[in-house]
Design a protein around this ligand. Structure first.
Ligand SMILES: Nc1nc2c(ncn2[C@@H]2O[C@H](COP(=O)(O)OP(=O)(O)OP(=O)(O)O)[C@@H](O)[C@H]2O)c(=O)[nH]1
Length: 184
């Protein structure tokens, strides 16, 4: 069987670690320099529960509360990783706004999402509690994870959980409400 193609977008405020998480997942390394992203696409083939997936990961430019949701990310995506930094309350506020805009442009209530609180290695600078992140994800019916791209903590879990979410969504009752997402 050919691998199932899954398109995933990484979104969030600037400098929260979207690129670092993508590079850690795809290349297994952490780069300590900061280079703002315009847009990068990564591809990785991974195997879950005896199925092969070709993950196309789109690392988007950092957004703020004033950004217009980029229309190109509302179509042809199976799932979204919404990232904030646990060291930045601002990035937590911005992720809520990005979520509202995403739901708005998708025109439906359920979208497979993993909410990620990144940079757990910087625990002395923590500004957002685990419970705050967990509650927010619960209110979205999304999965919640705290990660460290630097220490490669729970990074693979983001994509494992999202791919499983997408699979459930494709097989489940949400299918009839799909208009914008690719199914295969
Ligand atoms: N300590 C620590 N630093 C991190 C972690 N993840 C990313 N960083 C650092 O945070 C800075 C920004 O990381 P990026 O991955 O470029 O962030 P981004 O969200 O892609 O940024 P934009 O391209 O502006 O949207 C870099 O200096 C990274 O090295 C982490 O888990 N721990």
């Amino acid at each position: 069987m050919p691998p199932k193609q899954r398109n995933i977008a990484m979104m969030g405020y600037r400098s929260v670690g979207k690129s670092s998480l993508s590079i850690q997942f795809v290349e297994g390394q952490f780069v300590d320099s900061y280079d703002p992203t315009i847009e990068n696409t990564f591809t990785k083939v991974t195997r879950i529960n005896n199925s092969d997936y070709e993950v196309k990961l789109v690392d988007t430019a950092g957004q703020d509360e004033y950004s217009i949701f980029p229309a190109q990310y509302s179509m042809d995506f199976h799932g979204y990783v919404l990232v904030y930094s646990i060291t930045s309350q601002k990035s937590f506020e911005v992720i809520k706004i990005i979520y509202e805009k995403l739901i708005d442009v998708m025109g439906k209530v359920y979208v497979p999402i993993v909410l990620v609180g990144n940079k757990t290695d910087l625990h002395q600078e923590r500004a957002v509690t685990f419970d705050e992140g967990k509650k927010l994800a619960e209110s979205w019916k999304a999965t919640f994870l705290e990660t460290s791209a630097k220490q490669n903590e729970s990074v693979d879990d983001i994509f494992l959980q999202l791919l499983q979410h997408i699979e459930k969504d494709n097989n489940g009752s949400n299918q009839q409400s799909k208009t914008n997402c690719l199914l295969s």
